[in-house]
Design a binder for this molecule. Sequence first.
Ligand code: IPE
Ligand code: IPE
Ligand code: MG
Length: 252
Amino acid sequence: MAFWNKKKQPEAGEGPDPSRLPRHIGIIMDGNGRWAKKRGLPRTAGHAAGAETFRTIAYRCRDLGIPYLTVYAFSTENWKRPAEEVSAIMDLLRKYLLEALEKMEKDGFRIRFFGDIEPLPPELRQLCLETVETGSHVAGAKYQINVCLNYGGRDEILRAARAWGRDLLSGRQQVEDLTEETFARYLDSQTIPDPDLIIRPSGELRLSNFLPWQSAYAEFYFTDVLWPDFSPAVLDEALVDFQRRQRRFGGV
Ligand code: IPE
Ligand code: IPE
Ligand code: MG
């Protein structure tokens, strides 16, 4: 191989320690629009590029052996965007879900959705249901991707509260039994572990309604890199940074 084709090998100790990786990573996939604008392209081109990054990073997490990845794809607030942009995002979701549906079995992963899929275009909603169904049959899947679609953290908590209230009225729940643990089972995340690390690219320093309940003790990593430019190397930087932190969970 010619010298200019050689990838720089990480120095010893430079990459993340494979024995101390997070069990669950959350990513707010932000910055697609600005990436496109910088190139004089329509915002939709940024979403298309961001979707490619999603595929790369999702496989990278799987290869690292991280069991759960949760990505923020479309928020309850994103309906405020122009109709053409919303529909371009929905088309991309359809495209990538169809691809995932085909590869899930072979590549050993499953997909779940966080959020209320009810208001989605019927065809996409059907595809989501089919994806979950197929994923639930992937034997021995060690990797789960949660796609937040029409997701808002406050909406999630309200939907959980309504479901709990219905169970209270029907006698399946008792007020005395309401704990953080029993309530969490009503959330979209159900029993999966809370995210250890939440990554937000694009330079914004906020959660934008992403996993407010589950992120109570998450570590945060912010970078100015725009999502379409996010690479496995940037993920490594986030993981190395995460591994330098001391998590105390209120203890000493
Ligand atoms: C994130 O990128 C994708 C979605 C919210 C669907 P943006 O579209 O928010 O990109 P910026 O923040 O405008 O650059
Ligand atoms: C958060 O990004 C939602 C997703 C990445 C899907 P936004 O771009 O919608 O967030 P704000 O508007 O900058 O807070
Ligand atoms: Mg944004």
